[in-house]
Every structure is written in structure tokens, then in C-alpha cells.
Design a protein around this ligand. Sequence first.
Ligand code: TMP
Length: 259
Amino acid sequence: MTRRRQIYEGKAKILYEGPEPGTLIQYFKDDATAFNAQKKGTISGKGVLNNRISEHIFTMLGNIGVPTHFIRRLNMREQLIRQVEIIPIEVVVRNVAAGSIVKRLGIEEGLQLPRTIIEYYYKDDALGDPMIADEHIACFGWASQEEMHDIADMAIRVNDFLCGLFAGIGIRLVDFKLEFGRIWDNDFARVLLADEISPDGCRLWDIATGEKLDKDRFRQNLGGEVEAYQEIARRLGLLPEGADTTVLDMEQHRKKRDK
Ligand code: TMP
């Protein structure tokens, strides 16, 4: 493999310099973390599944007019993306009570929220991604008013689309996290949906059984992580019947074979 310049390594992904200026390569690792990296592990095959699931969702969002950083998938673990300036805000959209809102407000897990909630967190691992309000974003200049308007608008569009997509395959979209970036066109900044959308950053419950098919399996030590991610991919029509990721992941296949 040719040596590429690494731009950034996060908890679940690595960014490399892309083939053309203004592009990057996003590599999906099998590493999993939770609770601000206090819990660490690997979910073998996760990177392959998230790459494919995120490609599928970003492509569909692009088709309905949501601007995204996604250009194309390159291989099992990598996709070509547009280089953006990441806006340091994690946008969480909630339809059903679960996770931190249950702890913070003492409400019952599984409560269908009477209206969708959008929350903002400041993206800073050292601070543990604290929850913030619009006022903090404006005060510290993390995003402009126009950008926040676009972000809230896109978050709702993404939520409406994903709720329908997942309901169609028997899954309840409980909540999810989005990240956005800006690209500069002379002096004009445009906001794009960035990062990934995968079971790592969504809560996905089977409508019929309530079974958790997302990273909560890892967070809560429920086991069956990769099977849950595979089930999401399978229901989205991305995995042939009977296939598992070890079949799909040629990289791992070669490693195992050559051992
Ligand atoms: P929370 O209930 O822990 O606040 O999480 C809400 C949603 O956001 C959930 O689907 C998981 C996702 N999320 C991330 O993707 N990254 C994070 O760092 C956190 C805290 C949550």
C-alpha cells in the first residue's frame, strides 16, 4: 500500500490526505469506545459495516438534497470525502427517551417524546463533550446564527427521512448524533453534513421485540455487537442473505489466510 499522510486519528476513524486537494480519505476502524473512551474494545468487522451503512445513508440523504461531505466509497473500509472544517458541535436528535436524557431528567427509558428534541454538545474530549445551549455557541463563535439555522433545519430533515427509512425495515430510530462541517467558497461558508451515520452514533431498536441493534450492546455489555450491526446492514439490503462481514472483509480474510 502506498504511504499516505495521516491528517487525524479519532476513536473510530482515521483521516488521510485525499488524492486531490480538498478531499480526504475516511478509514473506518473496528475500535469502539464508550463513556468518553473510559471503556475501550474492538468489534471485529464493525468498520466494514459502518463504511457501507454510512455510504448508503449519506447517498440517500444526498439524493433528497441534504448536502454532505460524502463523495464515494473506495473499498471495504475507506471512503472519499470532501475536506471540511469541522464545526465543534455534536448535534443529538431524540425521538424516544434513552441514554443520557433518561439519567439527566429521570424519565423512563422508551418514552415516546411528544416532540423531537435537538440538543447540542461541545465537541471536546478533555471536557467530556459538555451539553451546551445556543447561547454558548453564539457567545463563543463556534457557529454563526445562519449556520445554526441550517444545522437545525438539516437535523430535522435527516430525522424525518431516517425515521421513515428505519420504520420501513422494522426499526425504531430512538436517537442519533450528527456532525457538520463548513467549506469555504471565497468568503462564503457552506454547511455540509459530515462524519458518519451508523449504529455507532444511533440508537436503533427492533420495533417488534425492542431489541437494541446499536452501540448500546457494547456500552451495556450485552454482547452480539457485530451481529446487531450486520442485522441493520442486512435489513437495509446491504448484506447478501447468509453473508457475514468476515466474508465481505477481504482485508481480514487475507490477514487470516496469510497468518
Ligand atoms: P446520549 O444519550 O449518550 O447523549 O447519546 C445520544 C445519541 O448520540 C446516541 O445515539 C449515541 C450518540 N452519541 C455519539 O454518537 N457520540 C457520543 O459521544 C455520545 C455521547 C452520543
